[in-house]
Design a protein around this ligand. Sequence first.
Ligand SMILES: Cc1cc2nc3c(=O)[nH]c(=O)nc-3n(C[C@H](O)[C@H](O)[C@H](O)COP(=O)(O)OP(=O)(O)OC[C@H]3O[C@@H](n4cnc5c(N)ncnc54)[C@H](O)[C@@H]3O)c2cc1C
Ligand code: FES
Length: 381
Amino acid sequence: MHQVESPSRLTRTRPSAASRALGVIEAVLAPLVYPKSAEDYLREVFPLLSRREILAEVVAVRPETPDTTTLVLRPNGLFRGHRAGQWLMVEAEVFGVRRTRCFSIASAPALHQEKGTIEVTIKARPGGVVTPELVWRQKPGAIITISEAQGTFVLPETLPARPLFVSGGSGITPVMSMLRELALHNQAHGATFVYYARTAADVVFARELQEHALFSGAEILVWTDDEPSAVSAPFGRCDARADLSAHVPDFAERETFVCGPPGLLGAMSALYAERGASERLHTEAFSLEEHTSRDDGGTEPQVVFARAAKTQKGSRTLLAMAEDAGLTPRSGCRMGICHSCTCRKVSGVTRDIRTGELSTDANVDVRICVNEPVGNVVLDL
Ligand SMILES: Cc1cc2nc3c(=O)[nH]c(=O)nc-3n(C[C@H](O)[C@H](O)[C@H](O)COP(=O)(O)OP(=O)(O)OC[C@H]3O[C@@H](n4cnc5c(N)ncnc54)[C@H](O)[C@@H]3O)c2cc1C
Ligand code: FES
C-alpha cells in the first residue's frame, strides 16, 4: 500500500463532460467489477483516463546537462493549458511514498495548444528526494499525476516592448517559456535574455539559446562563473549588477522577469529599488531563503503531533519538525504557495517565517512549511 503525501491538490473538483460520462459507466458497472472500479479496468486500455486526476504520459525524456532533464508530457483532457511562466505540481512515487514537488512549465503555451504536450525541465538536487528520481529514472511511457498550471509570474497579456529576462541555473525554466512563446509568435525582437550558469556544461538549453540569438531577434547574453563577462571578471564571478549596467544600460526602463537563486533575486531587487524601478521587476523564487529562527529568549518551543502521538522540540518550520519526528506530511513547494501542507493547528501560537505574523487562534489551518512554533503548539497531524 502506498502512503499518499499530497493527493488533494492534484485532484480536480469540477467534472468535465467526459468524466460525467465515465461516472455513469462506473455506476452501471460497479456491481460487476467490485471491489475494483470500472475506471481501474478502463485505465488498462486508456492509461490517461481519469474522472478527477490530471494524468500525463511521459512521451519523451531529453537530457539537457549532466544533472538536468526535460520531461515531455502529454496530459489528459482535464489539463486546461497554461500561461508562459506558470508552474504545476508533479507527483512521483519514491520508495513507495507518493511525493509532490513544483516545477515551472518550460515549454510555450503554444506547444500545448498545437501538439497537446508540455515540458518540464528538472535539475537533480544533491540529496533531494524527488528530483533525482525524475531526472534519472523516468522512462517514456510512464504515467504521472500533475496539477493544473498556477502562479502569477506570467508574461502579461499585453506584451511589454523589449522585455528583459534574467535567470540563473534551473531558474531559466519559466523565462524560457516566455522567450519561446514570444519567438513562436515572432515577437522576440527587442527582448534581452540574460542567463547565468556555473560552467559551460551547466548551460541549460545551450543550443536553443544560440538559435534564438541567430533567428528570433532576441539578444541572448550567457555568462558562466568560470567565464564571466569582462565587467564581472574583477569580482571573480558573475555579477548581475555590473553586467546589466554595462550591457543593458536601459534595464530600469524595461519590464524585467527574474528567476534564479536567492543571491540573484536579492541583487536584482536591490538594484531596481535603487533606480526606483521596483514596479517593473517581476520575480519568481524556487525556494525560501535559509531561515534562521528568532531567539525569543524563552523556553525552547515544543510541537505535539497529536495523531502520531509524537513530540518534537526546536525552532524550525513545523514541516521540518514533523519530518525530523519521522512523519511524512503532505508538502509541495515548501515555501507557502501551493497549500499542500495545510494542517489544522489545535492550539498554540505559530509565526509565519516570511512575514513575522503570529497566528494565535486555536483550531485554525496553518501552512506548516512557512510557520514555526512560538511556545507550545499542538497539530492535528
Ligand atoms: C514555483 C516553483 C517552480 C519550480 N520550478 C522548477 C523547475 O522548473 N525546475 C527545477 O529543477 N526545479 C524547480 N523548482 C524547485 C523544485 O521544486 C525543487 O528543486 C524540488 O522541490 C526539490 O525536490 P527534491 O525532492 O529533489 O528535494 P527535497 O528532498 O525536497 O530537498 C530540498 C530541500 O528541502 C529540505 N528537505 C527536504 N526533505 C526534508 C526532510 N525530510 N527533512 C528536512 N528537510 C528536508 C532540505 O532543506 C532540502 O535541501 C521549483 C520550485 C517552485 C516552488
Ligand atoms: S508545501 Fe506548499 S504551501 Fe506548504
